[in-house]
Design a protein around this ligand. Structure first.
Ligand SMILES: C[S@@+](CC[C@H](N)C(=O)[O-])C[C@H]1O[C@@H](n2cnc3c(N)ncnc32)[C@H](O)[C@@H]1O
Ligand SMILES: [Zn+2]
Length: 327
């Protein structure tokens, strides 16, 4: 069992690479849409300095508290104007409109869960801990838990979410086993689900692809928090708020997230979306972004050795074109 401590443990991923790409300067307004323990923002804050503005968003109150303590440790004369907001980056417009700022010079999205969340046994994110099957990132605002999904979705819906959110080959067998298992005992804790998944995946297939429960746990977490929908709307809003010349950097941890980021940047870099056989453009869309990373930036071997969580990280960066108007 992991121990519960008040300490916020999370090592920032691709820290130097992010800072280099964000090109922060004093007087800049920077939005960290996934503040966490301020691992990235602590360094960003020092670059922004007294004349800058740092807006940090997280839907997890424990993260915000830890980040606030950390950022307030920067001496006042070197600290940017801080706005730490509790909320979901899927509602970026609302959050930023309330602040009355004209635009944003740089955005960072460091997606997913923090090590702190995974290591907190009560949150139910980890298949390695016996914990209630919760997985809500914002328990105060969300009502749907992983247990409720497991106990109420039909086999077809369970198959769909497990397959779509994790590329699990055994999705439909796992779904059938879940429906069968809950007849005798409703799902409450993570060990029940781990046992059920192990029973569903044939032993020969269990030897490859990491822990057999990893993909199903990821799929449930994505469903509970509507992570892919929220990512799409968050990125669209961020691109609108970005000032010309401003940069957006996104670190993703699995292929579904990375695909959304890649497609979103590509679409705004392309502009016109008319069918190729259209003689003239009727959509009127113009390119507003330049993709800075043709291929995503990935961690060095040294970083992966130091921090296993960095292994799957991919950083993509885009820049708003100078001629593009914000908002
Ligand atoms: C990988 S951690 C960020 C860690 C941070 N960059 C650091 O180095 O300390 C992701 C954080 O984003 C938050 N988060 C995930 N999805 C979110 C969303 N849709 N809206 C707001 N916060 C979100 C999580 O609660 C978590 O604290
Ligand atoms: Zn067009």
């Amino acid at each position: 069992m992991g121990t519960v401590t008040n300490e916020y443990r999370h090592t920032p991923v691709l820290l130097a690479e992010c800072l280099e790409q964000l090109q922060l300067e004093s007087k800049h307004t920077f939005v960290d849409a996934t503040l966490g323990g301020a691992g990235h923002s602590f360094e960003a804050a020092k670059q922004l300095g007294r004349q800058g503005v740092l807006i940090g968003i997280d839907q997890d109150e424990a993260a915000l508290e830890a980040a606030q303590t950390r950022l307030l440790g920067i001496p006042e004369e070197m600290r940017p104007d801080l706005h730490l907001l509790h909320g979901n980056f899927g509602q970026l417009d609302e959050l930023l409109l309330a602040l009355d700022i004209p635009g944003v010079d740089a955005f960072l999205f460091d997606l997913g869960v923090s090590s702190h969340q995974i290591d907190s046994p009560t949150r139910g994110f980890s298949f390695k801990e016996v914990a209630p099957l919760d997985m809500r990132m914002d328990p105060g605002k969300q009502t749907l838990t992983a247990a409720e999904i497991l106990n109420s979705y039909n086999a077809a819906d369970l198959t769909r979410i497990i397959r779509n959110n994790s590329d699990e080959k055994w999705a439909s067998r796992i779904a059938d086993f879940i429906v069968e298992a809950r007849k005798t005992r409703p799902f409450e804790t993570s060990d029940q689900l781990v046992d059920c998944i192990k029973a569903a995946i044939p032993a020969s297939a269990r030897r490859e692809g990491g822990h057999p429960a990893k993909r199903t746990f990821q799929a449930l977490r994505i469903e509970v928090n509507a992570e892919l929908d929220v990512l799409h709307s968050g990125l669209e809003a961020a691109i609108r708020w970005l000032n010309p010349g401003g940069r957006i950097a996104v670190i993703s941890y699995h292929s579904l997230e990375d695909r959304i980021v890649k497609n979103c940047f590509a679409q705004h870099a392309q502009g016109c979306t008319c069918p190729p056989d259209m003689p003239v453009c009727v959509c009127g869309n113009v390119p507003i972004l330049d993709s800075i990373t043709r291929k995503p930036i990935v961690p060095t071997e040294e970083e992966v050795e130091r921090n296993a969580r960095a292994r799957s990280a991919k950083l993509r960066v885009a820049e708003k074109r100078a001629e593009a108007q914000n908002l």
